[in-house]
Design a protein around this ligand. Structure first.
Ligand SMILES: C[S@@+](CC[C@H](N)C(=O)[O-])C[C@H]1O[C@@H](n2cnc3c(N)ncnc32)[C@H](O)[C@@H]1O
Length: 253
């Protein structure tokens, strides 16, 4: 197997090789509603920040929408360009805080919690600025991201479990998020144990931001909130919502 390249960040070859496994986020029941909404919002070429293996970009391009992407990990991007229909997506290797793609876009989108992979406030502001720089006047920036799970933290506790999955072979998987409410940093922790007792512990760092902070980042970048939904089906955001799909509009001038 190819070795992991540190330049690929948290999504090197060993992760890319498993990323497109059937089920979960790759289930058509998850992918199709996202592609439906993005197709509705698109009014010309679109750009996906952190396009990954093309989970969303490839089916969107298959509907006739011109799709470009920016992606940090060569291992993830190689999966995209190697899959059927992947050649329809024009991928640039780079960092979405700074990388530029030629052209003006009707829609820039950043899904699957990936704004949180940028772990500083300055970096997240740069993502908004870079999105706005790629948009034509009146163009849209869409972000899909989980709401910080802080309401599940009793005083004195910093950890929220999200999965306990024993395997039938004696192994299993445990996942939990650990929050620092002072710095807005959190880590997702993944513990996978094989049947023979050997295990792997992965810690991935993130930064959370409330929707209101994202709205200010948008304003700094010359955009205003246009829509905020709880999900891809445009359902209302409520106190029980676990994530949001937000859309900001770039000023006309
Ligand atoms: C959870 S995956 C999402 C991929 C794809 N958008 C999807 O929905 O399946 C996160 C992706 O973001 C990429 N990524 C993380 N930080 C990035 C950055 N600063 N610039 C560009 N890509 C980045 C990772 O390499 C990875 O492919």
């Amino acid at each position: 197997m190819t070795e992991d390249d540190p330049a690929d960040g948290w999504f090197p070859e060993s992760v890319a090789a498993r990323y497109d496994a059937p089920g979960g986020a790759n289930d058509p029941a998850v992918v199709t509603p996202a592609v439906d909404l993005l197709e509705d919002l698109a009014d010309g070429p679109v750009l996906e920040f952190a396009v990954g293996t093309g989970r969303i970009a490839v089916p969107l391009a298959a509907r006739g929408v011109p799709v470009s992407g920016i992606e940090l990990s060569r291992a993830m991007a190689a999966r995209l360009t190697g899959k059927p229909g992947g050649d329809a997506v024009d991928v640039t290797i780079g960092d979405m805080t700074t990388a530029r793609v030629p052209g003006q876009f009707s829609l820039v989108y950043l899904v699957y919690n990936t704004i949180s992979n940028v772990t500083t406030q300055d970096g997240q502001v740069d993502v908004f600025r870079n999105a706005a720089a790629h948009l034509r006047p009146g163009g849209l920036f869409l972000v899909e991201v989980g709401l910080p799970d802080l309401r599940r933290l009793p005083p004195g506790q910093d950890t929220v479990p999200f999965a306990v999955a024993p395997g039938s072979d004696g192994g299993g998987y445990v996942g939990f998020d650990q929050y620092d409410v002072v710095t807005q940093q959190f880590t997702s922790n993944h513990v996978t144990v094989a049947a023979d007792g050997t295990g792997r512990f992965r810690r991935i760092p993130f930064r959370y931001a409330w929707p209101a902070e994202l709205d200010l980042m948008a304003r700094i970048a010359g955009m205003r909130l246009k829509h905020r939904w709880a999900d891809w089906d445009r359902s209302d955001l409520t106190a029980a919502s676990t994530r949001h799909v937000s859309v900001w509009e770039k000023a006309l001038r």
